[in-house]
Ligand binder design. Structure first.
Ligand SMILES: Nc1nc2c(c(=O)[nH]1)N[C@H]1C(S)=C(S)[C@@H](COP(=O)(O)O)O[C@H]1N2
Ligand SMILES: [Mo]
Length: 329
């Protein structure tokens, strides 16, 4: 898997990586990390060495996987691999935080296909192998759950825009609708009637084309584990975590605003846009602060989760349709 190193905002990793972790590619390839990296490259079926010089080998404390930096562009440390893979929301398995890691362990993710269609010129059903042919990049993003906890996660994936440009949305397409797999035999939570399965999410075409919006296939340089949405999930870092739908099997371009699972389940609490905004509280709790997993105390929540510079222009004003149903609908 060739991974281009990149954070949400372009800051050379030399500026944010402690010097002792910041090795030249030569040193890196000569070092102990070589075995891990070579194994990863082989596992992903792409030969060759990392393209960019100055790859930093950062030990996550979980097998020495390679990432380009120890922090996000704001200087906040990455959450550990253990935290990211053991504290999850994945209601198809159950509604606890530690349940998905256990219950999803044997969830079958091969073979896997993603049907991309609707209002597009070139509809196509992609095998997972096809999706891995898009250049896989590292993206270090904050994930802010609407429940007011957060993490910093080094995702691996590719911009959704690249996929959409291939299928070519027609001029009439206004929204993108995503659907999670429906597999009640392997997803115990889907056997209950508590939610209208399958999980559905949506974005405007503009949001979907934004460069921050990625389809993720891995994290910490490793293939995604089932509890994080393997084999492929959406990541939209300026929106509450529930927008980042897991285990996608269908992507459809449509001319209507899709009704998400959360809009359908709790329409007075969750709307379509769901942009992170510390000034717009959830009806039942404040969104002003958040608990970063692994930290004591709370930290302030940032407008658009800290990505305002990249995405504020997509909305008429910062409070636009945050959290609640779009005005007038
Ligand atoms: N299909 C599906 N996608 C989902 C969820 C879910 O329950 N089912 N939970 C969402 C929520 S609420 C959050 S916060 C993130 C959590 O992602 P993580 O477990 O990888 O951190 O996934 C989102 N995507
Ligand atoms: Mo969430």
């Amino acid at each position: 898997m060739l991974i281009k190193k990149r954070t949400g905002i372009e800051i050379p990793s030399s500026e944010i990586t402690p010097q002792h972790l910041y090795l030249s590619r030569r040193q890196f390839m000569a070092g102990a990390a070589l075995a891990t990296t070579a194994g990863l490259l082989a596992a992903c079926g792409a030969g060759g060495a990392p393209e960019e010089a100055n790859t930093a080998a950062v030990n996550s404390g979980n097998g020495g996987t390679a990432v380009s930096a120890t922090t996000d562009e704001l200087g906040d440390p990455l959450n550990t691999y253990d935290e990211i893979t053991n504290y999850n929301n994945y209601y198809e398995f159950n509604t606890t935080k530690d349940g998905p890691a256990r219950l999803a362990k044997d969830f079958p993710t091969t073979p896997w296909q993603v049907e991309v269609g609707g209002m597009v010129k070139n509809p196509k059903t992609y095998a997972m192998e096809d999706l891995l042919k898009f250049d896989q990049e590292e993206r270090i993003y904050r994930l802010r759950c609407v429940e007011a906890w957060s993490m910093v996660i080094p995702w691996v994936g590719f911009p959704l825009a690249k996929l959409l440009n291939e299928v070519e949305p027609t001029a009439d397409a206004k929204y993108v609708r995503f659907e999670t797999v429906y597999d009640p035999d392997n997803m115990p939570g889907q056997r209950g009637r508590m939610f209208p399965w399958p999980y559905v999410e949506g974005l405007t075409v503009e949001e979907a084309m934004q460069d921050l919006t990625i389809l993720s296939t891995g994290l910490y340089g490793e293939t995604l584990l089932p509890q994080n949405g393997a084999p492929i999930r959406l990541v939209v870092p300026w929106k509450y975590g529930f927008k980042s739908i897991k285990a996608i099997v269908k992507i459809e371009l449509v001319d209507y605003m899709p009704t998400s699972l959360w809009m359908e389940s709790a329409p007075t609490e969750y709307g379509f846009y769901a942009n992170v905004n510390p000034e717009v509280n959830h009806p039942r709790w404040s969104q002003a602060t958040e608990r970063r997993i692994g930290e004591l105390g709370r930290r302030p929540t940032l407008l658009f989760n800290g990505y305002a510079e990249q995405v504020a222009h997509l909305y008429p004003d910062p409070k636009y349709d945050t959290n609640l149903k779009p005005r007038g609908s």
